[in-house]
Design a protein. Structure first.
Length: 100
């Protein structure tokens, strides 16, 4: 018989197996009563960070988990890709330093 943390982790791992991306790897591990999802760039030599997000027990146990998981995964992917920018128009200090 699975304990709640094991069942919750397996539920997330089952969902992650449904997603394949050419640039990113997905994994997860138990974190307390919840689960931490890990998103990594496949090219480990690229100087980008690893992205983590937590799934709480109330979300993992919800009957609509699959839909809320997809929304949270896609929101996290958006955040992760935005955080990968090295420079943006909002980088005022850098622009001033470079004389732009």
């Amino acid at each position: 018989m699975e304990t709640f943390p094991d069942a919750r982790l397996n539920r997330v791992l089952d969902q992650l197996r449904l997603y394949e991306h050419p640039l990113l790897d997905f994994s997860a591990h138990a974190k307390g009563d919840g689960v931490e999802v890990v998103i990594q760039f496949k090219d480990r030599s690229a100087p980008v960070h690893t992205y983590y997000f937590d799934l709480h027990p109330r979300d993992l146990d919800h009957p609509q988990f699959e839909w809320s998981f997809q929304r949270q995964l896609f929101d996290s992917l958006h955040d992760y890709l935005i955080e990968m920018f090295v420079r943006t128009p909002q980088s005022r200090a850098e622009r001033q330093r470079d004389g732009l």
